[in-house]
Design a protein around this ligand. Sequence first.
Ligand SMILES: Nc1ncnc2c1ncn2[C@@H]1O[C@H](COP(=O)(O)OP(=O)(O)OP(=O)(O)O)[C@@H](O)[C@H]1O
Length: 412
Amino acid sequence: MGDIARQAPEKDTGEDIYQYLLERITNLENRNLELREQFRQMESEKRYVETQKIRYERELRKLKSEIEQLRSPPLVIGTVTDVIDNSRVIVRSSAGPRFLVRTSQLIDPDLLKPGVRCTLNQQSLAIVDVLPTSYDAQIYGMELVESPEENYENIGGLEAQIEEIREAVELPLTKPQLFEKVGISPPKGVLLYGPPGTGKTLLARAVAHQTNAHFLRVVGSELVQKYIGEGARLVRELFDLAKQKAPSIIFIDEIDAIGAHRNDSTTSGDREVQRTLMQLLAEMDGFDNRGDVKIVAATNRIDILDRALLRPGRFDRMIEIPLPDHQGRLAILKIHTQHMSIGEDVNLAEVSRLTEGKNGADLRAICMEAGMFAIRMERDTVNSEDFLKAIDKLSVDFDRHHFHTTFGEMFA
Ligand SMILES: Nc1ncnc2c1ncn2[C@@H]1O[C@H](COP(=O)(O)OP(=O)(O)OP(=O)(O)O)[C@@H](O)[C@H]1O
């Protein structure tokens, strides 16, 4: 640069100017050559970067689609039996057969050793994830509460049912000697049945609270749908965990999902449900009813339950949890308004009369909605107008939901 920018000579004789220009031309030509060379190098660098970019983009797309493919549920569970090389292993699926499967690049090959449990894509059977070796209740969506907070005072309108469950579950846990002295066996399992939202879960949690027992909740449909082929194993682990944590109460919600009576169809889904049910029956049969683990199940569909579940020594005590009547609704409304600041004009008996056919969950929602109306109006007490608006709003919501469900079912 210094050469090119050199100042013209002061003495401007013709010879000097000629020399100066000649030198300048040579310099500029050299510089031009240098720049051309740099340009050529940069061009080839650019081409290299561009091809790299295309390669990375292709790899990114491949990995993204691999992730999507691998992550899509449901997943099958298997155990690695042999490792062939870094990308292929033999896995025994929990349903029985063995497969030679590919592993994802996202999985550290060091983790894949014989005996390790893993999840497999249902279609490609590629390994998606490696499961921890130690037992983890949360993986399976089990709810484990040390001692739930709900107590009998939180339950409205179910006095007779509370009495029954106390006899069937609480007494054998707190006073087992009574049963021994009289020489009778306490019931093994209790089945709560009735429409949704009427307090079945609440009741089971309250018994666990009263007896200081661990509360273990599983949902029947999740047992068979979350990890295919794992239902039976989950039932076994559920009972093991309950024994470990005793005194404990196992609560199986939606038991109809595994305990519906069997028909002749033999799809793999049906077989899975049957295996899970057989395991549950086996666990219950091999169980000491004088022990400190109690089983409570709930269903909205007692009509479809397999009779095998209801035989003596299984769910042999059935308690109906019906929709609340007027007095029941009043009791539930009192419970859900006890911490609310309610105006003197509010007549809960009237609210109960206006909510015929509603369940406990609806009544709780009405109380909360009435509170929201008061907050929107910047009032600190809830008046009867708020309750009327809340009942209206929830009835409209209910009708809309009902309409969508019915409409959806028509086209399903
Ligand atoms: N009898 C009741 N007394 C007080 N609150 C109730 C009662 N029934 C229902 N609720 C309220 O509704 C909520 C939902 O009820 P819960 O889950 O116990 O019903 P469920 O019968 O188990 O319903 P599902 O069959 O849909 O599982 C409860 O947490 C509680 O706040």
